[in-house]
Design a protein around this ligand. Structure first.
Ligand code: MRU
Length: 364
C-alpha cells in the first residue's frame, strides 16, 4: 500500500541479499521504523515480540527465518533447529506451521549446498503469493459491499465493522479483511469503518487506524464493547474480520473478542464475514473450540497500557492495582454457525466443510 505516496510492503529482502527488512509494528502508530533481521533468532524474536504479527505476515517471516537459518547452517540439524525455534514463537496462527512445512518440503531433499538459495526463493514466492491472494480476497469481497450499497439505494455510506488488524500490516500487502474495503474505496463506494480498539495490545487503535488514516478511508475508533450497541441501532451494515486459523469445518480462531462481535451480529441480523487466505485453513482440525491452541500472553498486557504523551514520549502506565491478577487470552473461536460466509482467494463460501471443499476440493 502507499505510505506517504510510497509503495510499501511489511517485509522485503535486504539489498545485501542476506538479510530481511520489516516494519517494526511495535513502534506504530507513532513512528514508522524499519528493522533488519539477520538471523533465524532475529526472525523468531520479531514474531515473539510482535514486531511482526498477523497470521499471513507471521508465515512470511517464518519463511524468511528459515532462509536466514539455512544461510548459516544448511545441514539437516540446522533445518530441524530452525524449524523448532520458529514453531515455538506463537501457537495460534497456523500460517506459521504452514510456511515451515512448505520450506521443509521444498528444501529437505535438496543437496545441502543448494538449500539456502531455494529457501530464499521460496520465501520471496510466499510473499508474492500472499499479495496476489489478498488482492483476490478483495476482488471476491467487493461484491458483498456493492450489494449493500445497492440495497441502500446508493445513499449514505456502507458501514463496516472490523476487529483487531487484519489489514495490510497483518499480511505482506492489501490485508484480508481490509482488502475488500480498499477495493470498494477504489470502486468509488462511500465507506465508513468502525475500528475496534482491540485490547489488550490495541491493534485496532494503533495499526488499523494508522492504515485507514494513510489510505484515506473514513473510520472511527470505538472501544471494544461498543459494537453491540452500534449493531442494535442499525449502524453496522457488515462485519469483516480476519482469521488466524480456520478449521476444515469453518470454525474461526481470531483475535480475542471476535466471538462476541459474531454473537452481536447474529442477534441483530448483521452479516458477519471472515476473510482468509487458504494457508490459514487447518485441514487437520474439525472442532475449533476443542482443537485450536489459544495463545496466552503476559498479564502485563492487561494490567498496563503503552502510549505516547503529548510531549512525544512513549510511556507504559499501570491501569490496575499493584499486584492485580490478570488473565490474557489472545484469541477466541467463533463457531461456523455464527459466520455468514468466508471470503477466500478462490471466492466466497459457506463456513462449512462443504463450503470449503467446494473451493478447495484437493486440500486435505
Ligand atoms: O495477535 P495478532 O496481532 O497477531 O492477531 C492478529 C489477528 O487476530 C488478525 O485478525 C489475524 O491474524 C488475521 S490477519 C490477516
Amino acid at each position: 500500500m502507499l505510505v506517504d505516496e510510497k509503495p510499501m510492503r511489511t517485509i522485503w529482502p535486504g539489498e545485501d541479499g542476506r538479510t530481511v527488512e520489516v516494519i517494526d509494528q511495535t513502534k506504530l502508530p507513532h513512528a514508522l521504523e524499519v528493522v533488519r533481521l539477520a538471523s533465524v533468532e532475529d526472525a523468531a524474536v520479531a514474531i515473539e515480540t510482535m514486531m511482526v504479527r498477523g497470521a499471513p505476515l507471521i508465515g512470511a517471516t517464518a519463511a524468511y527465518g528459515m532462509a536466514l537459518a539455512l544461510s548459516a547452517d544448511p545441514s539437516d540439524e540446522g533445518l530441524d533447529a530452525a524449524r523448532s525455534r520458529l514453531a515455538a514463537t506463537r501457537p495460534t496462527a497456523v500460517n506459521l506451521r504452514w510456511a515451515l512445512d512448505e520450506t521443509i518440503d521444498a528444501v529437505g531433499l535438496l543437496p545441502v549446498s543448494t538449500r539456502a538459495d531455494a529457501a530464499w526463493k521460496l520465501a520471496a514466492r510466499i510473499c508474492d503469493d500472499d499479495v496476489a491472494i489478498c488482492s483476490s480476497i478483495g476482488d471476491h469481497g467487493l461484491p458483498l459491499i456493492e450489494e449493500i450499497w445497492e440495497r441502500k439505494g446508493r445513499q449514505g455510506v456502507v458501514n463496516i465493522l472490523t476487529h483487531c488488524n487484519a489489514g495490510w500490516l497483518a499480511t505482506v500487502d492489501w490485508g484480508t479483511a481490509t482488502a475488500p474495503i480498499y477495493k470498494a474505496q477504489a470502486a468509488g463506494i462511500p465507506l465508513h469503518v468502525w475500528v475496534d480498539e482491540t485490547r489488550p495490545r490495541n491493534q485496532g487503535a494503533g495499526l488499523t487506524a494508522w492504515e485507514l488514516e494513510h489510505g484515506g478511508v473514513p473510520y472511527a475508533l470505538i472501544v471494544d464493547n461498543a459494537g453491540g450497541h452500534l449493531m442494535q441501532h442499525g449502524m453496522v451494515d457488515l462485519c469483516i474480520v480476519g482469521s488466524d486459523r480456520t478449521t476444515a469445518t469453518g470454525d474461526v480462531a481470531n483475535k480475542i473478542g471476535t466471538y462476541l462481535k459474531a454473537l452481536a451480529a447474529h442477534d441483530n441480523g448483521v452479516p458477519f464475514y471472515v476473510a482468509l487466505p487458504s494457508p490459514t485453513i487447518d485441514w487437520t482440525k474439525r472442532d475449533g473450540l476443542a482443537e485450536i491452541p489459544i495463545e496466552e500472553r503476559s498479564p502485563d498486557e492487561v494490567t498496563r497500557i503503552t502510549g505516547r504523551t503529548d510531549g512525544g514520549e512513549t510511556v507504559t502506565v499501570r491501569l490496575a492495582p499493584e499486584g492485580a491478577a490478570a488473565a490474557n487470552y489472545g484469541f477466541d473461536v467463533t463457531p461456523a454457525r455464527l459466520v455468514t460466509g468466508l471470503i477466500t482467494e478462490r471466492g466466497c463460501c459457506e463456513a462449512s466443510e462443504e463450503g470449503l471443499k467446494s473451493l478447495f476440493p484437493d486440500s486435505t
